[in-house]
Design a protein around this ligand. Sequence first.
Ligand SMILES: *[C@@H]1O[C@H](CO)[C@@H](O)[C@H](O)[C@H]1NC(C)=O
Ligand SMILES: *[C@@H]1O[C@H](CO)[C@@H](O)[C@H](O)[C@H]1NC(C)=O
Ligand SMILES: *[C@@H]1O[C@H](CO)[C@@H](O)[C@H](O)[C@H]1NC(C)=O
Length: 363
Amino acid sequence: MHPIYLQRIFLYLLTVCILVSFLLGVQIFLSPRFLNHFIFHVKQPLRYIEFWRSGYRVQNIQCLYSNKEKSFVYEDLTRMQILPNSIFFLETSCKHEAGVDLSPRQACSIESAALMNTNRQIYVVIISSVKNQTRSPVIQRLYEYKNVQIVQVDLVRLFQNTPLYRFYVEDNILTSLWPLSHMSDLLRYVTLYKYGGTYLDLDFMVIKSLEHLHNYAGAESSVAVAAGVIHLDHGHWLSSAALGELRAHFRATEWGANGPGVLTRLLKNECVQQSYGEKLTQCRNFTIYPPSYFYPIHWPQWADYFNETSAPSIMTRLEPSLAVHVWNSFAKQVPVQLKSQQPYAQLARRYCPRISDLAGDTF
Ligand SMILES: *[C@@H]1O[C@H](CO)[C@@H](O)[C@H](O)[C@H]1NC(C)=O
Ligand SMILES: *[C@@H]1O[C@H](CO)[C@@H](O)[C@H](O)[C@H]1NC(C)=O
Ligand SMILES: *[C@@H]1O[C@H](CO)[C@@H](O)[C@H](O)[C@H]1NC(C)=O
């Protein structure tokens, strides 16, 4: 062969090689998982600033990754037979590796739900990996209730067969500025989509039975529907609508947009009435209770739950409520003096007697 042909063939092969590796590079670079990790690391400094501002240390978010192996000590929610109309609490921090460690206030909330809803199974869903099966005293007290069970969850299996499966396995949650909080938002809708039932925040004191109520949430003000308590029957239109909305419009940089924001937006689109005053609102087989039912004290007034002076009038105000949201994200640092007349303390003594007893003077 003439050398000029050999040279051409060589150049041709070289060009093909370069082109193929370039395309492979672009492909890897553009894969969602790569992009998300990239964005995640770019955002990390922002996250540091955010947590420094809010007084927290940077959080461990290992248990959110879709490809991380997890240790199971408790049963896996996705491999259980879930009773209809169960109540779900979600603990979405990744800090339980050395043993599940619920705070007394969280446990108090769980106890109140168990006490007021004796015919309902209560699942406390832990998304963290857990390696130690020793039960803390708090958990031992909770297990005195036959209807309370701590469970873990294989998130890949939970998201399977839901509209958010790809969203989850591509680790899009890592693009969020508040990944744990936004995961908690997603999980409450995914859980209700899969099993139906009631979702409750871990800072609700349940003071009446919720057993007879179906398909509802509570307004926290005249313009906003909150996502701290949601009941949906299995197959209700709102659960698929919520997942569809999250898939299309997940907002990584807005704190409230993926939880309460989803309900507020959907109901605004679907319903005529858009203001939630003193009466309940019915819309397409869904009820929105006025603030007095679940959020009798608006969040800027959260300190009312700790104030002994105004306690009598506050307690009167709480009487008609079904459950009381105590805003622990604001109130965490303030101690509840369990033997005092603080409204929170009065509620705890009455609706979580065992945990109050265990906690002693304060929690
Ligand atoms: C599990 O946790 C208990 C209580 O926190 C502790 O005493 C025990 O040493 C732990 N076990 C292991 C294997 O880490
Ligand atoms: C309301 O929803 C429930 C289940 O989600 C269903 O059984 C019932 O028929 C619905 N009612 C109406 C009027 O659509
Ligand atoms: C408690 O409530 C009283 C009466 O409403 C109010 O004057 C006082 O400032 C409150 N105390 C605190 C610590 O918020």
